[in-house]
Structures are given as structure tokens and as C-alpha cells.
Design a protein around this ligand. Structure first.
Ligand code: FE
Ligand code: FE
Ligand code: ZN
Length: 277
């Protein structure tokens, strides 16, 4: 069975995410650990979390994916900004243990003017402070489009971050199809080539999750604007090839397309029909 879901809002609580997921035919989901722009996390309602867990178990959900606020900049030149990212991630990972054995994705950040090497060093320093041997969550670096001074636009940059982290078994990668296409990896005409390169540089065993998005912008545009499945420059055929690729087909897929719940339901239904396994 295809493991597919979409980004769902936690504004109505955790149980509501499970109910929304069922409603749209999903068997997994992504959620923000807190307001994506703010810093304050709501107090955890354990009863609500247990209700979600019950829905997940009864419906055999695949691993959900938590997404860190995208305003964090773990590789800022400002110590204060880095310290803030560290505190938020520490708090998030503690909270994640109430929903154990899951995935936590974050954007490596923007190095701004200090250069990518300094940026990578700050990210690995932060991860080496944040990760704990006893945690059950795997932390994922998201592949980025290379907009502005984003770190993580090439497999080599991600590999360098991974190599700097001591607790390497706590780390992995989340591949965003819109981002890597915008970054210049041609998943439309040469999916095998891109996956071979990923395997050679990072290792496919480090790939835990896929953000499944079409792109509003042309190949290698370094833009990062998501489009509905089949309505963008990647196109439906290439996306169907991605979910059916033997090296990807067992991974969980998370839609981050510009949709309301009904739009997500339609995309999930379409993709389930096209899934060959
Ligand atoms: Fe993201
Ligand atoms: Fe993404
Ligand atoms: Zn994006």
C-alpha cells in the first residue's frame, strides 16, 4: 500500500489530524511542531496525543513526519539566532518522544554572507549539541532548492553535514521533489541518474521520506514554489514514476502542494490509482 499523506494543521489538536488524514484517504501525515513562524509551542495534551496514536494504530499508519518551524536558521552568523534554533529543536525533540520513533525534518538554513563552509560547521555543531543517544526520533535534513544562500542545495553539502554529526544513526535526509528539481537535479528526464548520484554521495539508506510536490518554476531555477501534482513543470508522469520507483516505492510520501483538504483527497486518490504495488 502506498504510504501517502499531506501536511496537516495541528490547530484543532492531534486527534483531529488523524481524523482529517482518514477523511482524505491518507495513511500518514506531516505536521508542524509549533506555529511555523512563531516560537511558542502549545502545552502537550497527552490525552489528545494518545487519541491520535490510537487512530494511527487502528489504521496502520506509516511514520508521521514532524516539520520544524521554517523560520529557524541553524547556520546564522548571529549567535543569538543559532541559540534560538538550538533551543527550539531541543524542545521539539523532547516533545517528539511523546510520539516515539518518528521523524523530524528541518531546513539546514541560510548562511547569508559568511559562506557555505561556515554554515555547515554551525549546523553540525548545533546537531552535535541537540542529538541525544537515547532519543527515538530520526532527524532529517531537507534537500533545498538553493534559493538565496540556502545550505543543502546539493547532495555534497548534505553529506558534509551528515559527516560532521557524531550520532550519525540519528540522522537522515528528506528529499523534496520540488526543491531538488529547482536545485538542478533532473528527476523528470533522469530519475535513475539522480538516485544513483544520491546513493553514491549520501547513500539511499539515509533517505527516510519524500516531500512530493510539483514545481511552479523551471528546472534549476533555484526558486522553491510548490505546485499541485500534475500542474507544474515536473508533471504527473514524472511524479508517478517517482512513487513507483523500486528504490522509493516503500518510503512515505508527504504532499506539500497548495491545496485544501478536498484537493489533497483528490491527489491522494489519483496517486493511489497509479501505484503499481
Ligand atoms: Fe520544508
Ligand atoms: Fe518540503
Ligand atoms: Zn519548499
Amino acid at each position: 500500500m502506498l504510504k501517502i499523506g499531506c501536511h496537516l494543521s495541528t490547530s484543532k489538536g492531534y486527534k483531529a489530524i488523524g481524523e482529517d488524514a482518514i477523511k482524505i484517504g491518507a495513511n500518514t501525515f506531516q505536521f508542524f511542531t509549533r506555529n511555523p513562524r512563531g516560537s511558542k509551542a502549545k502545552k502537550l495534551d497527552l490525552e489528545d496525543i494518545h487519541a491520535l496514536q490510537k487512530i494511527m494504530e487502528e489504521n496502520e499508519f506509516a511514520t508521521p513526519l514532524a516539520h520544524a518551524p521554517y523560520t529557524l536558521n541553524p547556520c546564522s552568523a548571529s549567535e543569538k539566532t543559532r541559540e534560538f534554533a538550538l533551543q527550539v529543536m531541543q524542545d521539539d525533540l523532547e516533545r517528539m518522544e511523546y510520539l516515539p520513533s518518528n521523524l523530524y525534518n528541518f531546513h539546514p538554513g541560510n548562511h547569508v554572507k559568511q559562506g557555505v563552509e561556515n554554515g555547515i560547521k554551525y549546523i553540525t555543531d548545533l546537531l552535535n549539541k541537540v542529538l541525544k543517544p537515547e532519543q527515538t526520533t530520526v532527524v532529517l535534513l531537507e534537500t533545498m532548492s538553493g534559493k538565496g544562500t540556502e545550505v543543502g542545495k546539493t547532495f555534497e553539502e548534505l553529506k558534509e553535514i551528515l559527516d560532521g554529526v557524531t550520532l550519525s544513526d540519528k540522522m537522515g535526509v528528506c528529499l523534496d521533489t520540488c526543491h531538488i528539481y529547482d536545485a538542478g537535479y533532473d528527476i523528470v528526464n533522469d530519475l535513475d541518474g539522480v538516485l544513483n548520484e544520491f546513493d553514491k554521495i549520501i547513500g539511499l539508506d539515509k533517505l527516510y521520506a519524500i516531500h512530493l510536490n510539483d514545481s511552479k518554476n523551471p528546472f534549476a531555477s533555484h526558486k522553491d514554489r510548490h505546485e499541485k501534482i500534475g500542474k507544474g513543470t515536473i508533471g504527473k508522469e514524472a511524479i508517478i514514476n517517482i512513487i513507483n520507483h523500486p528504490k522509493l516505492c516503500n518510503l512515505p510520501f508527504y504532499l506539500e502542494t497548495p491545496n485544501e483538504l478536498s484537493g489533497y483527497a483528490l491527489e491522494i486518490e489519483t496517486l493511489r490509482k497509479e501505484y503499481k504495488y
